[in-house]
Design a protein. Structure first.
Length: 352
């Protein structure tokens, strides 16, 4: 597998030259012109190493390095500075933030490649020492986790169908709910690790009708469970969209589950869907507890809000995974919310 490099450089000629030379040396490279755009790339693509200029508009190299080191998802990625200044006067702040290496302009491509290979070798050595379980690199482990879970769920379904004892049926339902919750949590963790390592398969040519998927999720949440009692107002047009069925189901289920989870059980959930400008726009609107602007900006992996006040189950990955998957299919996920009044989640997906 080729080494993935994120290059951040505001001077177009330098950026294009470095990209071309690294591509010729069999590296997989993505480039951006400032730190702000680089952080947006990191939401959906995780490099093995980051190479950045220092002096850039909008978000300079120091700010980018600080953002990287303060984010537990990225803070172990090796970071190399390109600098035209003397290191003793220019890199004091970078050293405090944890720069891995620097290279002074102008430089030869061989020098840069040597630094890349050296830092990656050291990073892998440290990672191997610290990693206890790395699921996304081992399909055998995934299989060993899923097999007994599927066995439990299959057996419970059989026992539910064959039982005539109401008391036993309640126990079977409780076991099934717990097993499904565990399966969902493990699936989220595996998907998160695969996305973080760029190992998640995005079926870019996949297509699916949205209405049947939406009905399937509603049936599972409302009609096949005693968990939610919300009413649903549907105003949707059917359309074929450019996304894999399993990914669309994950996104829809998470958005609908959140709308019901954080609303009064007797409240109404509005779902509006229509085609516009070659995109399908789907809105899910609730009148629940809502979110603050600060909370919306903080949405990320393993982030939960007000857990001491509002009982939450899960690990805070559902919304983050939904947003990441939608963006991988060239769509968007937006959240509009007011605390105490409700939330509107809008997804847009390209029409197939």
């Amino acid at each position: 597998m080729r080494t993935k490099i994120l290059l951040v450089e505001d001077e177009q000629q330098i950026r294009e030259t470095i990209c071309e030379l690294l591509l010729l040396n069999n590296f997989d490279i993505v480039s951006e012109e400032d730190g702000c755009k680089a952080m947006q790339i990191l939401d959906r693509w995780k490099p093995d190493i980051i190479i950045s200029d220092i002096m850039m508009p909008n978000c300079n190299g120091y700010e980018l390095l600080k953002n990287i080191r303060n984010n537990p998802k990225f803070n172990q990625i090796p970071f190399v500075f390109l600098t035209a200044k003397k290191p003793e006067t220019d890199l004091l702040e970078a050293n405090k933030l944890g720069i891995d290496a620097y290279i002074t302009k102008p430089f030869k491509i061989e020098e840069l490649i040597t630094i890349i290979e050296t830092k990656l070798k050291r990073y892998k050595e440290l990672k191997n020492q610290s990693d206890v379980l790395d699921i996304h690199f081992d399909d055998f482990i995934i299989h060993e986790i899923n097999t007994p879970l599927y066995g439990i769920l299959g057996s419970i379904n059989f026992l539910q169908e064959s039982s005539t004892n109401p008391e036993k049926t309640d126990y079977f339902n409780a076991i099934k709910t717990s097993a499904e919750s565990l399966n969902r949590t493990l699936t989220h963790i595996i998907n998160y690790q695969k996305l973080s390592a760029n190992h998640y398969y995005i079926a870019s040519n996949a297509t699916i009708e949205i209405a049947p998927c939406l009905n399937e999720c509603l049936e599972k949440l409302l009609y096949n469970s005693k968990k939610y009692k919300n009413s649903v107002a549907l105003e949707i047009e059917n359309a074929t969209v450019n996304i894999a069925r399993k990914d669309l189901l994950l996104v829809l289920f998470e958005i609908l589950d959140n709308a019901m989870k954080f609303s009064d059980s007797q409240s109404e959930i509005k779902i509006i869907g229509k085609e516009k400008n070659n995109f399908y726009f789907l809105k899910v609107i609730d009148s629940g507890i809502g979110m603050s602007e600060k909370q919306i900006k903080q949405i990320g992996p393993f982030i939960q809000f007000n857990r001491d006040v509002h009982e939450q189950k899960g690990i805070g990955l559902g919304l983050f995974l939904s947003k990441t998957l939608i963006e991988n299919y060239n769509g968007k996920l937006k959240i509009f919310s007011v605390e105490g009044k409700g939330t509107e989640v809008e997804i847009s997906i390209p029409i197939a």
